[in-house]
Every structure is written in C-alpha cells, then in structure tokens.
Ligand binder design. Structure first.
Ligand code: HEM
Length: 125
C-alpha cells in the first residue's frame, strides 16, 4: 500500500486525529461517550482495523456489525462520521491514499446501514 502513501504511522495519526474530532463532536461524541470510558484500547483496536484494511495485516478479526446495529444509529450519524473521516483522511494523506480509505469507509458504512435496516423492527405508525 506504499503506492498510496499509507503506513502504520499514518494509520495511527489518522485514528488519533479522527477520534479526537469524534470525542468533541456534538452529535457523535455523546454516543461514543456513553460506551467508551477508556479510549486507548478503542484507538488501538481501530488502528488494527485500519491496518487490516489498508495494509492487509489481519490484525483485526472482530465483528463490528452487531455493535453498530445496537447503537440506534440513523443516516445523519453516518453522514457526520463520514464527513469527519473524509476531512481527516485528506488532511493526512495524498489524494489517492485518502480516497482509498474513504472508499473503504463508505462501503462499510453502507453495509452497516443495510444491516441496521434489515434488523431493526419498523415502528408502528
Ligand atoms: C454512525 C457512526 C458510528 C458510530 C456512532 C459508531 C460508534 C461506535 C462505538 C460506540 C463503538 C464501540 C463499541 C464498543 O466498544 O462496545 C464502535 C466500534 C467500532 N466501530 Fe463504529 N461507529 C460508527 C461508524 C463506524 C464506521 C463507518 C466504521 C468503519 C468504517 C466503524 C468501525 C468500527 C469498528 C471496527 C469498531 C470495533 C468493533 C469491535 O470489534 O469491538 N464504525 N463504533
């Protein structure tokens, strides 16, 4: 993945800067704040996650879908998450590296939203 300028140090910078923004975000901060009391293990997990995606290191082997189905997330949450992620990726990586990461994030966000739609029982009118 060196061709698009992504390495472990870059992934650590991305995760720290992105979740730094998430922590103080008015919409997403409180959702994370309710669940995460100690941020460092979450940040380490997310570095493993992005390392597995971008550098194919297989360091992450969790199942993120069930976690996100339980959070009661709606489209504006995903729009904000992706907007902060896009901004951060472009701050830190050359355009093709940033676009690679953003494409992966968009696909995963889409699959989470499909999972949420599938497993959420619609409210009666
Ligand atoms: C709507 C926006 C999102 C919110 C509010 C959100 C929130 C959270 C929270 C609170 C956790 C921690 C759960 C726990 O420790 O029990 C978590 C874990 C995680 N999130 Fe998200 N998330 C969002 C979108 C995404 C997206 C788009 C991705 C991927 C591109 C992602 C990837 C992950 C991963 C890999 C974990 C770790 C799951 C595990 O193995 O424990 N999240 N998320």
């Amino acid at each position: 993945m060196a061709a698009v300028g992504i390495d472990e140090a870059g992934i650590e910078r991305l995760v720290r800067r992105f979740y730094g923004k998430i922590m103080t975000d008015d919409l997403l901060g409180p959702i994370f704040g309710r669940i995460i009391t100690d941020w460092e293990p979450h940040l380490r997990k997310m570095m493993d996650f992005w390392s597995s995606i971008a550098l194919l290191t297989q360091r992450y082997d969790g199942r993120p879908m069930p976690v996100h189905i339980q959070l009661g997330l709606e489209p504006p949450h995903f729009e904000r998450w992706l907007s902060l992620f896009r901004e951060t990726a472009h701050e830190l990586f050359p355009a093709d590296g940033a676009e690679f990461l953003i494409g992966k994030a968009e696909n995963i966000a889409r699959s989470f939203q499909m999972g949420i739609q599938f497993f959420t029982v619609p409210k009666k009118p």
